[in-house]
Design a protein around this ligand. Structure first.
Ligand code: NAP
Ligand code: GLV
Ligand code: GLV
Length: 320
């Protein structure tokens, strides 16, 4: 019986469809990721792997699985943890979950923008600490959302969905991406500019690129320093797109007013990390796609593509 190794349990019944189709489904039972050694052991002999973004899927892992490995289905859209070239050269198909999580992730990015700018978490802590004694005209002022200019870095599926939400808040949208997106420009009234100009003009900057050698530390000290005084940075892309030390510096000495982060470097972020002691840094634990229906649909996508490849059919969502 061919075996499918799944590195974390998935919500819903999608894994049953694999069992019903006659595959052995071996699910890592713990909440935490399998340690490297256990991962290398458990993949041995597997025909398919369902992986998460914390699993390092490299040549060593593929070789540990052995020549029977036909497909790696990633339960995420981002593929930066997977050595795509190593998979290609071994004839292993890689699939992922694009599109279905676009709106959930854009929703969370917008929630972080609003929370960071309007000091929602800081306000909550203030109330919790018993400091709320009175209404005051100068209490917890923050930048306005409506009428602001937002800069979207990476204008793909999630970047555009984020821009759509910003338009609903009467924001002007600037974007940067290597290819122009004329259709989205027309729909969203978006203006394509170079990254430097975007950083100089935007009140809010939201990151939506994949992590690649080109986007690693895209937001470094120099770029952060180009941002407007009082600007807010939102990152739901990958932690390493931002240089964390430079981000802290930009928060402490300017120009940044606040930051909303669903992804961090390091990730997970330890509770004693200096980012968490800044009053206007709002952090969520990489939950961009964590809408209930989204996560169920992602499970159907990965299991559907495992089935397709094991049945020698074309996968629906191959890695680009
Ligand atoms: P996508 O549709 O492929 O969009 C990514 C965009 O980034 C593309 O339009 C690409 O356009 C642009 N880009 C790539 N390199 C760039 C560069 N150097 N400078 C500027 N733009 C660049 O992908 P998506 O579905 O929107 O997902 C984007 C990323 O979000 C994923 O890769 C993942 O890392 C992250 N994500 C996070 C969560 C979460 O839970 N927080 C959830 C889902 C996704 P060009 O090629 O024209 O530049
Ligand atoms: C989540 O970060 C994803 O890439 O789907
Ligand atoms: C505030 O609560 C107001 O009524 O302006």
């Amino acid at each position: 019986m061919e075996r499918v190794f799944v590195t974390r349990n998935l919500p819903g019944n999608a894994l049953d469809t694999l069992r019903e189709a006659g595959y052995e489904v071996d699910v890592w039972p713990d909440f935490l990721a399998p340690p490297r050694k256990a991962l290398l052991e458990r993949v041995r002999g597997a025909a398919a792997l369902i992986t998460m973004l914390e699993d390092r899927v490299d040549a060593e892992l593929m070789d540990a699985a052995g020549p029977g490995l036909k497909v790696i289905s990633q339960y995420a859209v981002g593929l930066d943890n997977i050595d795509l070239e190593a998979a290609r050269s071994r004839g292993i198909v890689v699939t992922h979950t694009p599109g279905v999580l676009t709106n959930a992730t854009a929703d969370l990015a917008f929630a972080l923008l609003a929370a960071a700018a309007r000091r929602v978490v800081e306000g909550h802590r203030y109330v919790q600490a018993g400091e709320w004694k009175t209404w005051h005209p100068e209490l917890l002022l923050g930048p306005e959302l409506h009428g602001a200019t937002v800069g979207v870095v990476g204008f793909g599926r999630i970047g555009q969905a984020f821009a759509r939400r910003a338009r609903g808040f009467d924001m002007k949208v600037l974007y940067t991406s290597r290819q122009p997106r004329p259709d989205a420009e027309a729909e969203l009234g978006a203006e394509r500019v170079e990254l430097g100009e975007l950083l100089e003009r935007a009140d809010f900057v939201s990151l939506h690129t994949p992590l690649t050698p080109e986007t690693l530390h895209l937001m470094n000290a120099e770029r952060l320093a180009q941002m407007k005084e009082g600007a807010v940075l939102v990152n739901t892309a990958r932690g390493k797109v931002v240089d964390t030390a430079a981000l802290l510096e930009a928060l402490e000495r300017g120009p940044l007013f606040a930051a909303g982060l669903d992804v961090t470097d390091p990730e997970p972020l330890p509770a004693d990390h200096p980012l968490l002691s800044h009053p206007r840094v709002v952090v969520t634990p990489h939950i961009g796609s964590a809408g209930r229906a989204t996560r169920l649909r992602m499970a159907e996508m990965v299991t559907g593509d495992v089935l397709a490849v094991l049945r020698r059919q074309e996968p629906h969502f191959p890695a680009p």
